[in-house]
Write a protein of this length. Sequence first.
Length: 399
Amino acid sequence: MPARKLLQHWSAGLILALASIFTLSGCLGLGATGVRTPAGSSGPASPARVTAIPAPWRGPAEKLAQRGFSQKQLEEVFLSPNLTYTSDPMAAKLRELYGIFYRSDLIKAIQERLYQLGYEVLIDGRGGSGTKSAIVKFQTDSGLTANGEVSEAVLASLDKALKTRPLRPLAGYRPPPAAKPSRTATQTQATNPSALAQIKAYYGPDRAIFQRMTSQYQVPGEVVAAIMWVETRYGNYLGKQKAAAMLASMAAAASDFSVVEPAVADLIAKDQGTKAFLQETAVKRGDWALNELAALMTYSFNNGQDPTTLPGSIYGAVGWGQFMPSNLIKYAVAAPGQSRIDFFDKTCAIFSIGHYLKAHGWKGGAMSEDERRAVIMKYNKSGVYVNTVLYVADYLAKP
């Protein structure tokens, strides 16, 4: 065979071999990046096609295309009228983290002056509820606007007060001993007599469903019911926002800080370093939100739901048990007799929460107080939350 024809024959064979490999990859549901394609996807959308998606969604859409979501799926989400941008979730998180972590030198200086003026405060260079409360008390005592903000203006007011008031020596400061978390404080809106009567009225008719869940996961029904009560008042308050819009809005700020910048302009105006801190924080929090948005989309598409319609919290928690979408993927299950997972369905939520608690250490039979607390703490890392759930659960367990 002539050399040219031999080369042509070899090239054709190579092309056919490569085509077979690519076809096999498609059958296996693998995108161009090697990531398993979400159910219903025809493969990752190319960045060129994603340009049809308008700002501020283009950045998140391109990243999700690289993860294997199809053009059709991306358009269903990012062209939906339900997806309205809001700076609220990212701005709230940036303000929270700015108050805790940014400019520790300023925070510490304010804390030291508060201590010298007789206010009880932990001097640790980190802003938090204790520092804010002390600032508010100082501002109230001084006839100032009580906003509790960490700022140069507050420091100047403190310096002025230092010149006219008796001072406590800073050298005498000793960090207060860490207080043991209360095991009795609860969310009174969930544990007052009226609230307890309501949850008991909800729980009674559904006792058979909870018993089936207990048979499968060995988790007491009253514990799951208590979680549903504390999280969403037994399904009556599932969130005022659209979960996808909240998560997509946070993800958009990671790709383009300008969309959230006006909402935190007052912080940026205070000094030059603030913007860099907020931008870096927006990227980290926005990437987290993108992961949750991807999980929400996968969950929804796999279960025949429109992800843009699902109500949720400001940070994207959804359903009767307020799972984050990534936990939906891991722990949400269809109840016996159901053909699909729907965390907005009461029975599905009961079994899913039971599955979550079982997976995180709940065991059948008698458990100590500490063991029960440890498992529920994995659902929500708040001592008061744990107290409330156990208080309600123990109430429901009474004959």
